[in-house]
Ligand binder design. Structure first.
Ligand code: NAP
Length: 485
C-alpha cells in the first residue's frame, strides 16, 4: 500500500471536509507496474454527488463576486503548492499511472503552468466599457461565473487534465464538483490535500467524488444546478454526455479522442523528425490523445526514415517508472495492453512488416503490462491501427507519394485533435497545415499543448478549448449592460 504525506485521508472531499462513501464502500487502486493494490478509496454515488453539488451551489458568489485579487491568490497558491510538492505528487502519479517518475514530475510542472497562466491573465475577466456609444447608451460587459462546473477527467494525465479545467473554473469564480478516473484518483486526492492545507478556498469551492462513473455522470448531466460540464475522455462517453445533458441545455466542454497523423516529407530533416516522433509517440507510454497514431512517410525516404526510427526505438528502456533511466512504463491496464496487441496483430496479419518489437503471439499480459515499443512498416488504410486510436507504444508506418495524398490520408478520420507535419519547405507547410482539419498542428515539432495556447479538437475530437485566453473564457458568461439616460 502507498504511504504518503499527501494521502493522509484517501477519501472524497465535500464542503471542505474529507468524506467516506455513505455506505462505507471502497474500490482498489492498482499499481500497473506490478498489479498490486496501492490504496482503497471511497466508492461514492448519487447521495454524495448531490451533497457535493449543493455545497458547490452554496459556494457560488454572484453579488458581490469573488474579487479578482482573491481568485488570483487561489491560483498562485495552488501553483506554488504543486511546485513545492512536485516530487511527491509525481511519485504518486507514477505509482498509479505507470509513467516514469521524471516524466510525472514534468506533468506536475505542466499542471502548475495552467494555474500560473490564469493568474497572470486574470485581468482579461475584468469588466470593460465599450469605447463606442451605440444606441445612445454606455455599454458595460461583465464576465459572470457560469455557476457550478462539473469536471470529469481521464487517467492519462492525472494532474494535467484537472489543472486545465480547475484553473479556468477558479479564475472565473466557479465552484466545482470533480470526478477523477477510477484508475488514478490518488493524484487527485493529493492535489486536494494541498488545497485543503495550503489554499484559502471557501468550503464547497472544490469537491471531489469518486466511484462508478455512470450514476455520477448521469446526475451531473441531469442536475439543474450544474450549468457546465467539462469532460476529457473518449468520444463514446462524450457523445453520451451530450445526449444526457440536452434537457438542461448545459454548456459542454469536451476534449475527446484523437487519431493523429504524423507526416514526414522528403525535404524534412529526418533526424529531427525521428527524434520528435520518439518524444511525441512514447510520452505516457503512447497513451496520450496527441500521440502520433499514423505515421505517413514520403516514399523516397521511407527506408532511410525507418532505419533512423528503429535505431532510436531499440534504445528505449521499458520498466517500472520508479526505476532509474526508464523511458516507458507499463500500460494502464489489461484492456489497454490487449488493444495494442490487437492492433499490431491485425497489421501483421494484413501484410505489415515488423521492424521493431515482438510478435503479439509472444506477449502475455499475465507476465506484466509492459508492452515493447513496436514499429510496423507497410501499413494500409484497411488496418485497424489507422482507424482507431491505439493508445500504446506502436508506430505504424504508411508511405505516400505527394502532398495531396498526404493531406487526404491525414484527414481520413472522424477525429481532428492533433497532427504533425515535417517539411523544410515553408510554402508547402502553409498549404498542408491549412488543409488539415485538426485543432493542433505541430510544424517540425512533435510538441503537444501548453498553458499559453488554446488547445482542443475539431470534428469528433470535441468542443471548446483549454489553455490560452480562449480557455480562460470557457467558464464565464458575458453579461452586457447598456445604460440609458
Ligand atoms: P473514458 O473511459 O471516456 O473515461 C474518462 C472519464 O470519464 C473517467 O473519469 C471515467 O470514469 C469517466 N466516465 C466513464 N464513463 C462515464 C459516463 N458514462 N458518464 C460520465 N463519466 C464517465 O476515457 P479514458 O479511457 O479514461 O481516456 C482515454 C480517452 O480520453 C482517449 O480516447 C483519449 O484520446 C481521450 N483523451 C482526450 C484528451 C483531449 O484533450 N482531447 C486528453 C486525454 C485523453 P471511470 O474511470 O470511473 O470509468
Amino acid at each position: 500500500m502507498i504511504d504518503s504525506t499527501l494521502l493522509k485521508r484517501p477519501e472524497g472531499y465535500i464542503d471542505g471536509q474529507w468524506t467516506a462513501a455513505d455506505d462505507g464502500g471502497t474500490f482498489e487502486v492498482l499499481n500497473p507496474a506490478n498489479c498490486k493494490a496501492l490504496a482503497e478509496v471511497p466508492a461514492m454515488g448519487d447521495g454524495e454527488t448531490r451533497r457535493a453539488i449543493a455545497a458547490a451551489k452554496r459556494a457560488l458568489r454572484l453579488a458581490p463576486p469573488y474579487s479578482l485579487a482573491r481568485r488570483r491568490e487561489w491560483l498562485t497558491d495552488i501553483r506554488d503548492a504543486l511546485l513545492d510538492e512536485k516530487e511527491e505528487i509525481g511519485r504518486i502519479l507514477c505509482l498509479e499511472h505507470g509513467k516514469p517518475w521524471k516524466e510525472a514530475q514534468g506533468e506536475v510542472e505542466y499542471a502548475a503552468g495552467f494555474f500560473d497562466y490564469c493568474a497572470r491573465h486574470l485581468d482579461l475577466l475584468a469588466s470593460r466599457k465599450l469605447e463606442e456609444r451605440p444606441k445612445g447608451c454606455d455599454w458595460e460587459v461583465h464576465f459572470r461565473p457560469i455557476g457550478v462546473a462539473a469536471l470529469i477527467t481521464p487517467w492519462n494525465f492525472p494532474i494535467g487534465m484537472i489543472a486545465k479545467k480547475l484553473s479556468a473554473a477558479l479564475a472565473a469564480g466557479c465552484p466545482t464538483v470533480i470526478k477523477p478516473a477510477s484508475e488514478t484518483p490518488l493524484t487527485m486526492i493529493a492535489a486536494f490535500t494541498l488545497m485543503h492545507e495550503r489554499v484559502d478556498l471557501p468550503p464547497g469551492m472544490v469537491n471531489l467524488v469518486m466511484g462508478r462513473a455512470g450514476p455520477i455522470g448521469d446526475l451531473l448531466c441531469a442536475h439543474p444546478d450544474v450549468p457546465m460540464l467539462s469532460f476529457t475522455g473518449s468520444t463514446e462517453v462524450g457523445k453520451g454526455l451530450i445526449d444526457k445533458s440536452r434537457d438542461q441545455v448545459k454548456k459542454l466542454a469536451l476534449e475527446l479522442g484523437g487519431n493523429a497523423p504524423f507526416i514526414v516529407f522528403d525535404d524534412a530533416d529526418l533526424d529531427a523528425a525521428a527524434d520528435n516522433l520518439i518524444g511525441n509517440k512514447f510520452r505516457g507510454g503512447g497513451q496520450t490523445c496527441v500521440c502520433a497514431n499514423r505515421i505517413y512517410v514520403q516514399a523516397g525516404i521511407a527506408e532511410a526514415f525507418a532505419d533512423k526510427l528503429v535505431e532510436r526505438v531499440k534504445a528505449l528502456r521499458v520498466g517500472d517508472g520508479m526505476d532509474d533511466d526508464i523511458d516507458i512504463g507499463p500500460l494502464i491496464n489489461r484492456a489497454g495492453f490487449e488493444k495494442v496487441r490487437r492492433h499490431v496483430a491485425d497489421a501483421l496479419a494484413k501484410g505489415g512488416t515488423l521492424l521493431a518489437g515482438k510478435h503479439p503471439d509472444d506477449l502475455d499480459p499475465d507476465r506484466g503490462l509492459f508492452y515493447p515499443p513496436t514499429v510496423v512498416a507497410g501499413v494500409t488504410p484497411e488496418m485497424e491501427c489507422t482507424r482507431e486510436e491505439t493508445f500504446g507504444p506502436f508506430v505504424p508506418m504508411i508511405t505516400f507519394d505527394d502532398e495531396d495524398e498526404a493531406v487526404t490520408a491525414g484527414n481520413d478520420t472522424e477525429f481532428g485533435l492533433a497532427a504533425y507535419v515535417f517539411t523544410g519547405d515553408d510554402e508547402r507547410a502553409a498549404r498542408v497545415i491549412a488543409g488539415l482539419r485538426f485543432g493542433h498542428v505541430g510544424w517540425n515539432t512533435g510538441t503537444g499543448p501548453t498553458p499559453e495556447a488554446p488547445f482542443g479538437g475539431m470534428k469528433l475530437s470535441g468542443i471548446g478549448r483549454e489553455g490560452g485566453e480562449e480557455g480562460l473564457m470557457e467558464y464565464v458568461e458575458p453579461q452586457t449592460v447598456p445604460r440609458g439616460g
